[in-house]
Design a protein around this ligand. Structure first.
Ligand code: ATP
Length: 231
């Protein structure tokens, strides 16, 4: 369970995030939507202790993520390309992570096999550095890396952005499979209302840093979001 308590982030006079309370139960696929600047990435960055909150806290189980490091082995995330080692090839990068996560070569092979369709023969076995990959292929590397090491929680910021239509469908399939086979909690931010509502059990709508809708009824989610965004 992830618990957000009295969380505020302020830059000078601007309050960019103000979430009094939010609970994300284990194995929920939690979608986060909102217009540009709503605070989605800021919330993820605070959850990963990449940015310090002005006040309040994020707890993973009973761990305050800003006060204790023990949550780090339980969380995988891909927010942006800065999280990758761009001077490595994808193969070298996955191999480095394999050693960090103490996985066997077979574990890594099995993990990457799940991404075979999504990678579409563009990622592995090529002698191309991560820095030279297309934006979509870079995202695929980041997503595969975020799911390594069997994390309890996976956070993905805009995972569908820059993916071609077939890759978007393949990624949705992959997340749905992972959801079914593991007890993983997914936190996914997206501007793509159709994709996010299709895979998530719950959608939280942020606007100017505040939660203005918390939708848990699958049958009416798309309708409510379309009405809000005027789409
Ligand atoms: N370092 C910073 N200094 C000042 N303001 C910041 C800083 N980082 C983020 N902000 C502001 O915080 C607000 C929330 O930004 P955030 O990136 O979290 O939004 P978002 O919902 O992820 O937006 P998008 O959909 O455009 O990615 C924005 O107004 C942004 O300008």
């Amino acid at each position: 369970m992830i618990v957000v308590q009295d969380l505020k982030k302020q830059y000078k006079d601007a309050v960019v995030l103000d979430v009094p309370s939010l609970e994300i139960p284990r194995s929920q696929c939690f979608g986060l939507v909102g217009n540009n600047g709503a605070g989605k990435t800021t919330l993820f960055r605070i959850m990963l202790d990449l940015v310090r909150a002005t006040s309040g806290r994020v707890m993973l189980e009973d761990i305050d993520v800003s006060k204790n490091e023990d949550w780090k082995s339980r969380v995988g995330a891909f927010l942006d390309e800065h999280m990758l080692l761009s001077y490595l090839t994808p193969d070298e990068y996955f191999e480095a992570l394999r050693k960090i996560y103490l996985l066997s070569e077979e574990d890594l092979r099995l993990h990457l096999a799940k991404f075979e369709e999504l990678f579409n023969e563009e990622i592995l076995g090529k002698k191309k550095y991560i820095r030279d990959l297309s934006k979509g292929n870079l995202k695929k590397v980041g997503i595969a890396a975020a799911m390594m090491g069997n994390p309890e929680v996976v956070m993905l910021d805009e995972p569908f952005e820059n993916l071609d239509p077939s890759s978007q469908v393949r990624l949705k399939k992959l997340i749905l499979q992972e959801k079914e086979m593991s007890q993983r909690t997914f936190l996914i931010s997206s501007h793509d209302l159709n994709h996010v509502t299709e895979i998530c059990d719950r959608i939280v709508l942020l606007e100017k840093g505040k939660v203005i809708k918390d939708l848990q009824e699958k049958s009416t989610m798309v309708e409510e979001l379309n009405a809000y965004f005027g789409t």
